[in-house]
Ligand binder design. Structure first.
Ligand code: G16
Ligand code: MG
Length: 219
């Protein structure tokens, strides 16, 4: 039976995907790399350096930059991103998720955060939802980022649960793969075609609800 939930942050709880995209887009423009829908969805869920590599590789220029230059670009993106997220308030919790968190809590289900973001604790604090979670995975302490299972596997450990007792929620393809590989139950939020590997799909955060998840799983 299901006893806990592991939440992705960007795009599931927080309306921050637009800020990641805005900050990366600025870097891409400075480097004269065209922005695209593919980059927009490709950077979702993957860590900071992998996002930069995806952008550079899209223009075939990754080997034109030294490691130090790449570090500088990634830091500059993060500085801009941090400026953008400093404006976050509880109103930036994505639609329906306040209610969903309260419903899980009322049902004694335990929750943790499985985000690739090093800024996750700061964002949870800004949104004033930190208290819902027993813990936050530190992405710098796991071997591999999403799509590898490590982040979601660690989120189950934090909950002190077996993977099959955990539902993972994600808005990215990389994240759904991570949940499935960890042996947890995947819930995709967003385009059903893009997130076809998810066991259960909701079109938007507003549609996510415990009753429907229970019905799907005969739980
Ligand atoms: C998020 C975003 C990614 C971002 C990653 C790292 O992951 O979806 O686009 O690259 O965090 O973020 P930071 O640069 O803040 O460490 P998630 O897993 O919360 O969707
Ligand atoms: Mg996400």
């Amino acid at each position: 039976t299901i006893k806990g939930f592991a939440f992705d942050l960007d795009g599931v709880l927080a309306d921050t995907a637009r800020f990641h995209s805005q900050a990366w887009r600025q870097i891409a423009e400075e480097l004269h790399i065209p922005w695209s829908e593919e980059l927009e969805s490709g950077i979702k869920g993957i860590d900071r350096m992998s996002s930069l590599m995806l952008i550079l590789n899209s223009a075939g220029v990754a080997d034109k930059y030294t490691e130090a230059e790449k570090e500088t670009l990634a830091t500059r993106k993060n500085d801009h991103y941090k400026e953008l997220i400093s404006t976050l308030t509880p109103d930036d919790v994505l639609p329906g998720m306040h209610e969903f968190l309260a419903d899980l809590k009322a049902n004694n289900l335990t929750m943790s955060i499985a985000s690739a973001s090093k800024n996750a604790p700061f964002i949870l604090d800004k949104l004033q939802i930190s208290d819902y979670f027993v813990g936050v995975v530190d992405p710098s302490k796991v071997k591999a980022g999403k799509p590898a299972p490590d982040i979601f596997a660690e989120a189950a450990k934090i909950l002190d649960l077996q993977p099959e007792e955990v539902v993972g929620l994600e808005d990215s393809e990389a994240g759904i793969t991570s949940i499935n590989e960890a042996g947890e139950i995947s819930v995709g939020i967003g385009d059903a075609m893009q997130l076809h590997a998810a066991k259960i799909n909701f079109a938007s955060t507003n549609d996510v609800n415990l009753a429907q998840i229970k019905a799907h799983l005969n739980w």
